[in-house]
Write a protein that binds this ligand. Structure first.
Ligand code: FAD
Length: 331
């Protein structure tokens, strides 16, 4: 175990674009590495992806290990597992972090099993203890407690990290790092799935985690039509629509809009909560927003405790005024 050093991040890319969560984990890895006094590596897998390495360095990586292979163009469980296994066996990381995306959630457990180590899924916090071990923090028992998990006996210590929770570092264009090209022999015969075609889902999907502005509606809307007003405000601001679980459970809006402990964790520049009381499970998903505006008719609503700006009033009166003012300002 003494041979295992440094913190590695799986730099997930799709279609030649790094996923935001990879930058967020790089930001966290940088903080942890500075505390431990070690280096941050990004593992970049794909086909013709070398041009992405600069951006990984600018966001906190000291070194980028590129495994470039036509068989890694699109994600398949076996090819990516074989490649990461080879990287781990060769470079011996102490810590290996993945985004808790559909790919990260598929890949990390396979790798954990191959290299005989543990894995903590869906972490919302990471730290280093006094012995230099990774503290992997995640909600447990339906969010009723936060569990801190350690992996003292196996290496690498591995975790998947929830998108939207960690803070991405601003790009430092002057930052320099090394690029390592590492060749892994992959055999097409061992890849048991074949990608015949990739079909983009026609459904309009909300990308709450990457949104800069979110306007969310809660039970205070009273009826599903209330989301038309929320959507109008969101569109006007160039943002997207979020929701509390109460609104989702009422069937007013689909669950991919839900913000909170059992929904998405978001970190926009601006979060406008309309008719949302501010239950702890909702706050868990949005309190990292840069500026929070709350509109609620109850002056004692807990949402006002986290809000930077609070408007006490009926949202059906306040939002139309806001919409008019924004339109006037744009004209
Ligand atoms: P309410 O708490 O009912 O609040 C409605 C608010 O609207 C009130 O403050 C009221 O004053 C205001 N209001 C009413 N009319 C108006 C009006 N005309 N104008 C302005 N304001 C008005 N919740 C989440 O949101 N996300 C989660 O991921 C989540 N996960 C959960 C996980 C677990 C394990 C549990 C137990 C609960 C979870 N919840 C979650 C539910 C959470 O506890 C709350 O029940 C929920 O957030 C309440 O939603 P709300 O604020 O929309 O509704």
């Amino acid at each position: 175990m003494e041979d295992n050093k440094d913190i590695w991040v799986f730099a997930e890319q799709r279609n030649g674009k790094i996923m935001n969560v990879a930058y967020e984990i790089l930001g966290a890895a940088r903080r942890l590495a500075d505390k431990k006094g070690c280096k941050v590596y990004a593992a970049l897998l794909g086909d013709g992806v070398e041009r992405l390495s600069d951006s990984l360095i600018q966001h906190g990586a000291d070194k980028v290990c590129i495994v470039d292979n036509p068989l890694l163009k699109n994600y398949t469980t076996s090819a990516y597992t074989d490649a990461i296994e080879a990287v781990i066996k060769n470079f011996k990381p102490e810590i290996f972090l993945y985004g808790a995306t559909t790919i990260g959630r598929d890949l990390a457990p396979r790798v954990a099993s191959r290299v005989h180590t543990g894995l903590t899924a869906d972490c919302t916090g990471l730290d280093i203890d006094e012995d230099g071990l990774l503290l992997q923090i995640r909600p447990a028992f339906g969010g009723n407690l936060m569990a801190t998990i350690k992996c003292p006996e196996k290496r690498p210590q591995m975790a998947t990290v929830r998108p939207g929770v960690m803070e991405k570092l601003p790009a430092d264009l002057a930052r320099k790092g090394d690029v390592i090209r590492y060749n892994v022999d992959l055999d097409e015969k061992n890849i048991r799935t074949k990608i015949l075609n990739i079909v983009r889902e026609a459904k309009h999907t909300v990308n709450l985690e990457e949104a800069k502005i979110i306007v969310s509606g809660g039970r205070g809307l009273k009826e599903p039509e209330g989301f038309k007003l929320i959507e109008e405000l969101a569109n006007l601001l160039g943002g997207v629509v979020g929701a509390s679980r109460a609104a989702v459970d009422s069937g007013w809006i689909s669950s991919d809009h839900q913000v909170g402990q059992t929904g998405k964790t978001v970190r926009p520049e601006l979060y406008i909560a309309c008719g949302i009381s501010g239950a702890i499970q909702h706050l868990a998903g949005m309190s990292g927003s840069r500026t929070i505006v709350a509109i609620n008719k109850d002056p004692n609503a807990p949402i006002f405790k986290v809000a930077d700006y609070g408007i006490v009033g009926d949202l059906y009166k306040v939002i139309p005024i806001l919409i008019d003012e924004i339109k006037n300002a744009k004209d």
